[in-house]
Design a protein around this ligand. Structure first.
Ligand SMILES: Nc1nc2c(ncn2[C@@H]2O[C@H](COP(=O)(O)OP(=O)(O)OP(=O)(O)O)[C@@H](O)[C@H]2O)c(=O)[nH]1
Ligand SMILES: [Mg+2]
Length: 396
């Protein structure tokens, strides 16, 4: 029987395949969209069609007298129906959000962003021209260090209102405007309060962030610092429902340090674990990295929050990531209520501009800086001075 199902990436392609197989008098019996397994954003189209004869036989329609040939009238009606169907399909196709279309859209948004930045840069350089040359030079230096244009615009307007350097003092105009900028930048960032135990209760800290940002490494460093150096009673909890090996690494590490350890499979397991370890004042909870693009993946973390409202989420980011990825990560995780931002892999570039940009733009306090892969030493408490002096190249 000449009935066949065709799968293609678009309706147009599917219809083309139908016509190739059965010719122009093919009849489309059904169409449907399918999602490609494992890739929820990618859709294909399935069209079931057949040769006109086969379809008429199948549906019991009266075939024309001579050998199933179609008379002129029927052919005309079929062509008209086929045309209508093609138009409908074209309309449906136009509404289909194909992955290519999404990519195009993303590309356009990116171009638009670049355009806006260019406009902003031009505006800024316009307002920079009205600044004293020494002040404009500070802005240029900061732009070169990748400080965001929106923040530079604010600084430029602040420098424009700054008192002029006093004549006859030892401070040069260069240093005057640089010091003013340093003070302004210090004010733009805040530092997280210490995570240590609150008196009489458990203090629960959950590290979240993109895959490979260094969450587990940071957690180990902090567990060692809090437990061995600062003598807090620490509980490490691993919440990685997917990779057993990830939990095992933490379990071994906890054993070496003689720190209490528990692994949970789902948010509902946490209240019980906390109850059983009430004597541990500081709980450090490690989670699986979640790629920034997916939409619903934070549901389980929201559930975790609803089970234990006192939980504090800390976003861990890698300084090795592109600024746009860091921004998207903050946007995605901010729904959880982020208490602090930890920046890892600063040793790979010693560029603190992204840490400054994100902390200033999103008003999220900074907590820790990961400065290498070594556990437990390569970590430092975040400080505003460290960020700014690194950007101005003042550190040793
Ligand atoms: N250079 C450098 N490497 C680091 C730093 N922190 C972590 N790493 C390395 O980065 C890699 C990933 O670290 P993990 O701690 O496993 O990252 P994660 O965020 O837990 O990853 P997932 O659990 O897969 O989401 C490891 O090879 C670490 O040694 C850092 O501050 N500097
Ligand atoms: Mg991990």
């Amino acid at each position: 029987m000449q009935i066949k199902t065709f799968e293609a990436v678009s309706f147009k392609d599917a219809v083309k395949a139908v016509k190739q197989e059965f010719g122009n008098d093919a009849v489309i019996l059904s169409t449907r969209e399918r999602t490609v397994e494992g890739r929820p954003n990618v859709k294909t189209v399935e069209v079931t069609a057949g040769a006109a004869n086969a379809v008429r036989n199948l549906t019991g329609a009266s075939a024309s007298a001579k050998g199933g040939a179609i008379d002129g009238h029927s052919q005309g009606r079929m062509d008209a129906a086929f045309e209508r169907m093609e138009k409908k399909i074209a309309g449906l196709e136009a509404r289909l959000p194909s992955s290519r279309r999404i990519e195009n859209l993303e590309g356009s948004v990116h171009d638009l962003k670049l355009l806006l930045l260019e406009v902003l840069r031009k505006n800024n350089s316009g307002s920079e021209q009205s600044l004293p040359p020494e002040a404009a030079e500070v802005i240029r230096m900061l732009r070169h260090s990748n400080i965001e244009e929106t923040l530079l615009s604010k600084l430029a307007s602040n420098l424009g209102k700054a008192p002029a350097p006093e004549k006859g003092t030892a401070v040069s105009p260069e240093n005057h405007y640089r010091d003013h900028s340093i003070r302004w930048m210090l004010k733009q960032i805040s530092i997280s309060p210490r995570w240590e135990t609150l008196t009489g209760g458990q203090s629960i800290h959950c590290l979240v962030g993109p895959p490979g940002a260094g969450k587990s490494t940071l957690l180990c460093k902090l567990a060692a610092q809090f437990s061995v150096r600062e003598k807090h009673k620490v509980l490490i909890v691993s919440y990685d429902a997917v990779r057993l090996a990830a939990s095992e690494q933490l379990r071994v590490y906890a054993k070496v340090l003689d720190i209490r350890f528990a692994a949970i499979q789902e948010p509902g397991d946490l209240p019980d674990v906390l109850q059983k370890n009430q004597d541990c004042g500081l709980v450090l909870l490690d989670t699986t990295g979640r790629p920034v693009k997916q939409g619903k993946i934070l549901e389980d973390l929201q559930t975790l929050k609803s089970k234990i409202p006192a939980i504090e989420f800390h976003l861990v980011l890698s300084a090795a990531e592109k600024a746009s990825v860091l921004d998207s990560a903050v946007r995605m995780y901010s729904n959880l209520g982020i208490r602090s931002l930890a920046f890892n892999k600063l040793d790979e570039s010693w560029q603190f501009a992204d840490a400054f940009n994100i902390a200033a733009k999103w008003a999220v306090p900074l907590s820790f800086f990961g400065t290498g892969p070594e556990i437990p030493d390569d970590v430092e408490r975040a400080s505003r001075e460290r960020v700014v002096e690194q950007i101005f190249g003042l550190s040793k």
